[in-house]
Design a protein around this ligand. Structure first.
Ligand SMILES: [Ca+2]
Ligand SMILES: [Ca+2]
Length: 190
């Protein structure tokens, strides 16, 4: 019986359905502030799904993005998309020289997050990472943005259920911020 269950698991690929946390690739000039979109793609049949009801939907998220510090002056995070106009009852945004940690939790009654179940990639926008690119960054520089697997999570309202890379219910999609050509005379008056 145990062998049969194991065989069935292996036949099914043994991989549970996973939601996705994704960063969007961007091109921005040196000396400007890039806005890197962060998306959540809520796919059906995972632990948390839009429409499953109270405490069965994504109401909180955490992630840490790692980057080479050479050409990054500052990082921060702002609400956008499904979190626009929503107040997080708990919010932690911790910038480091080579990383940014974000944890946001929203009350399901006062600030419900409306995801699109089964959305096409990359999913729904949940916010933007603001990155100040150093003015000395050479055009063509690639700033890799890597989501850390160990602390990324999509969480329900009461924080009893979470989707993580470790439990197989979360897939991470990294991105690269490319530094574009500097346009010194952009306005014609500089
Ligand atoms: Ca889901
Ligand atoms: Ca919802």
């Amino acid at each position: 019986m145990r062998a049969a269950a194991l065989a069935l698991g292996l036949c099914a690929g043994a991989a549970p359905a996973a939601d996705e946390l994704a960063l969007g690739a961007q091109l921005a000039d040196a000396g400007t502030q890039a806005r890197v979109p962060v998306y959540v793609r809520d796919l059906p049949a995972t632990l948390l799904n839009e429409g499953d009801g109270p405490d069965r939907e994504i109401q909180s998220f955490a992630f840490q993005v790692q980057f080479p510090p050479a050409f990054v002056d500052a990082v921060s995070f702002v609400h956008a998309g499904v979190t626009a106009g929503r107040i997080a009852f708990f919010s932690q945004v911790t910038p480091g020289v080579d990383n940014l940690y974000v944890l946001k939790a929203f009350n399901e009654n006062s600030d419900p997050l409306a995801f699109t179940l089964g959305a096409t990639a990359p999913g729904d926008l949940i916010g933007e990472i603001l990155i100040d690119i150093d003015s000395a960054a050479p055009p063509g520089s690639a700033i890799t943005l890597t989501l850390q697997a160990f602390n990324a999570a999509l969480i329900d309202a009461s924080a009893t259920e979470s989707e993580t890379v470790a439990n197989g219910h979360l897939l991470l999609r990294h991105a690269t911020l490319v530094v574009g050509p500097q346009q010194v005379f952009r306005n014609g008056f500089e």
